[in-house]
Ligand binder design. Structure first.
Ligand code: THU
Length: 127
């Protein structure tokens, strides 16, 4: 399944809308028994840009799928591209435990959410 997710992420990368950075990212998420893909979607107002990972996650969640198991990420870099902090926080919200990161050379490595976001924000109790 990891290789399948990576293959789908590579396909999704082709659909990136990245005219400002030129940096294409693709993601593929296993949610329930389906794969949801995403690519980064940039905006001339840079803060309105959405990362590939969040596009994939929001597609699944907006279709009622919250059982999110693993997400693969690939970019144009020859190095690993790790999910940004905002995307990691969104992954934490839906307990995505496995993050498969391309090494930029045809391979990949699997990380846990705890490895990439060890001090998650998860408590808004005021007492
Ligand atoms: N980007 C992603 O889509 N995912 C990441 O994990 C890192 C960054 C996008 C956002 C922006 O379109 C471009 O990469 C450069 O930051």
């Amino acid at each position: 399944m990891h290789q399948k997710l990576m293959t789908e992420a590579i396909k999704a990368r082709n659909l990136a809308y990245a005219p400002y950075s030129g940096f294409r990212v693709g993601a593929a998420l296993l949610g329930g028994d389906k794969i949801y893909t995403g690519s980064n979607i940039e905006n001339i107002s840079f803060g309105a840009t959405c990362c590939a990972e969040r596009v994939a996650i929001f597609k699944a969640v907006s279709e009622g799928i919250r059982d999110l198991k693993a997400i693969a990420v690939v970019s144009d870099s020859k190095n690993s591209t790790f999910p940004c902090g905002i995307c990691l926080q969104v992954m934490a919200e839906f307990s995505i435990q496995k993050i498969i990161v391309s090494d930029g050379r045809g391979g990949y490595r699997e990380y846990t959410l705890d490895q990439l976001l060890p001090c998650v924000f998860d408590d808004i109790n005021r007492s």
